[in-house]
Ligand binder design. Structure first.
Ligand code: ACO
Length: 402
């Protein structure tokens, strides 16, 4: 029971909204979600149309600047991004400081934060030109940084960007090529990769985006803000769910074991949840999951591995859960992470790379939201209040008397 007089005594009345389920923290023109209809729009364009007809760098332009680019604008934007794909050579020393078995998310959180120590000409948040350069730098360098984290974790030499390739092909090559050996990027995989990037590019005020905005509201430099977003994304209730989901599907192992796991998910004494199910906003279906499912079928079919056991478990689990009153009543549907892991695994990525790939894709969303916030003349430092339930004032007791 909330004692209203106590609240007044604490300096006024404010809303108490744990998890911010009913609080809008900002206004925005970037991304729209209708959770009831299962609709996701970037700057007004439906996600399924963008996934089918556009490509990631065009979507980046759209998110950053508000409109689809003309042909000339797209060429210019792509060349600006391409010019910045290399990272400073001294950064290699930074990578080598990590343990060989470090999680790539730990590495990229550190490396992105450390970029502010390397690019002094793009840390002044009051200078629009510096903000723009920081944005382009991060979109360009995140694939390189993620690929380096991957190569480091598998003990292989880094592969430098090859800038006559498109964004997704370049990333796949940096991950899977071995220096001095021929490597041809499979166009089917490059297209699937690009679609994963597009589907994850922005998602309005989720936990990591709100973290970026909150960090940015204090005037922190852009690299520090994005590093904060990456750290937040890592949690299994957020971006870490794609790794957790594939690990769960593997643990289930066979369709015969599904009922046991479904029963555990429904048992309130068991903390187990079906990873990849449920969403704070989507209470009908996640439109990204729909596209991702089609993509998983397509990629596995084209690679000739459609009898993949993990995919069979995923499909059967989805079928059972969608008919089970527990999941139906609570409106728990597969989310974007449910199928993305299957595609990434088919491409050859270990589960530890799933969340870094999400971070890479979401970087443009974080930056767009950060830029929008800084451009708002009414912008204030984020400063939530609390409902204090601790002791009232009391006198200090000397240690010998306690
Ligand atoms: N499995 C079983 N039960 C679940 C699940 C699940 N995956 N998700 C929610 N529930 C149940 C809860 O136990 C709760 O039941 P109750 O009302 O009887 O107490 C009810 O559904 C509501 O759950 P909340 O946790 O209150 O819902 P919230 O909106 O806060 O959480 C979240 C959403 C975090 C995504 C949650 O559904 C979850 O943990 N899912 C699994 C993790 C996951 O897939 N995360 C990825 C989200 S998408 C993204 O970040 C890209």
């Amino acid at each position: 029971v909330i004692d209203i007089t106590k609240l007044y005594a604490q300096g006024g009345v404010f809303t108490y909204d744990p998890g911010f389920t009913s609080t809008a923290s900002c206004d925005s023109t970037i991304t729209f979600i209708d959770g009831g209809k299962g609709e996701l729009l970037y700057r007004g364009y439906p996600i399924d149309q963008l996934a089918e007809k556009s490509h990631y760098l065009e979507v980046c332009y759209l998110l950053l600047y508000g409109e689809l680019p003309s042909e000339a604008e797209l060429v210019d934007f792509e060349s600006r991004v391409t010019r910045h794909t290399m990272v400073h050579e001294q950064m290699i020393k930074f990578f080598s400081g990590f343990r060989r078995d470090a999680h790539p998310m730990a590495i990229i959180t550190g490396v992105v934060g450390a970029m502010s120590a390397f690019y002094h000409d793009s840390t002044d948040v009051n200078d629009p030109w510096q903000r723009e350069v920081a944005a382009i730098r991060m979109i360009a360098k995140l694939p390189t940084i993620c690929a380096m984290a991957f190569k480091y974790s598998v003990g292989q030499p880094f592969v430098y960007p090859k800038n006559d390739l498109d964004y997704s092909s370049n990333f796949l090559r940096m991950c899977f090529a071995v220096p001095a050996e021929e490597y041809e990027v499979n166009p089917i995989l490059a297209k699937a990769m690009d679609r994963i990037f597009t589907l994850h590019a922005d998602h309005e005020q989720n936990a990591s985006t709100s973290t970026v905005r909150l960090a940015g509201s204090s005037g922190a430099n852009p690299f520090a803000c994005i590093a904060a977003g990456i750290a937040c994304l890592w949690g299994p209730a957020h971006g870490g769910a794609n790794q957790a989901c594939l690990e769960m599907l593997r643990e289930i192992g066979s369709v015969d074991n599904i009922p046991e796991y479904v029963a555990r998910a429904k048992d309130k004494d068991d903390p187990f949840r079906l990873m990849g199910f449920g969403h704070r906003v989507y209470k009908n279906f996640d439109p990204r999951a729909k596209v991702m499912k089609e993509s998983a079928d397509e990629v596995l079919g084209l690679l000739g591995i459609e009898d993949n056991e993990t995919l069979k478990v995923a499909k059967e689990l989805e079928r059972i859960a969608l008919e089970d009153p527990y999941f139906v009543d609570k409106k728990l549907y597969p989310n974007v992470d449910f199928y993305s892991g299957i595609i990434l695994e088919a491409m050859g990525f270990p589960t530890s790379m799933f969340t870094p790939i999400f971070a890479l894709s979401r970087t443009v969303g974080w930056i767009s939201q950060w830029k929008e916030m800084l451009g708002d003349p009414g912008q204030k430092i984020g400063r939530p209040r609390q409902l204090y339930l601790g002791d009232t004032e009391r006198d200090y007791i000397d240690v010998e008397k306690r």
